[in-house]
Ligand binder design. Structure first.
Ligand code: NI
Length: 137
């Protein structure tokens, strides 16, 4: 089994806000992350695919194909957007790093997984110091 990782970057605005609790509770819970006019991050996104080496190509997954999948399903929808309001697949979701990678997983898995390769890990750096990882369960 081999592991191939593609790094992508995107910039986006958000605020942390749970639609199911009060304004007061949101402000208490999220403090400055809940400021009403949003704030931005330069995200680093690492997508890792696990699989076997194809005997013909020598690849687990062609990097061009992986890049295209990530662009079509994620980057084209989130880059330079407001994650609270602009992104259809994030509607109603509080855009913490944790919730973002679970949502990204749902978007990417059906495109990446085949008989010979599987989406293995998503790692998201919101800042250099705040990092979330997800293995799909
Ligand atoms: Ni933030």
């Amino acid at each position: 089994m081999l592991y191939i990782t593609r790094r992508e970057r995107f910039s986006a605005a958000h605020k942390l806000w749970n639609l199911n609790i009060s304004e007061e509770e949101n402000n208490k819970l999220f403090d400055k992350c809940a400021y009403p006019n949003y704030h931005g991050h330069n995200y680093d996104l690492y997508i890792t695919v696990a699989g076997e080496i194809d005997k013909i190509s020598g690849y687990v997954i062609d990097a061009k194909i992986l890049k295209t999948i990530i662009f079509d399903k994620i980057l084209s929808k989130v880059d330079h957007r407001n994650l609270n309001v602009d992104v259809e697949f994030l509607k109603g979701i509080n855009p913490t790093s944790e919730n973002l990678i679970v949502a990204f997983w749902k978007e990417l898995k059906p495109e990446i997984n085949t008989d010979t390769r599987k989406l293995y890990k998503i790692k998201l750096y919101e800042t250099e110091n705040n990092i979330a990882e997800y293995y799909g369960n």
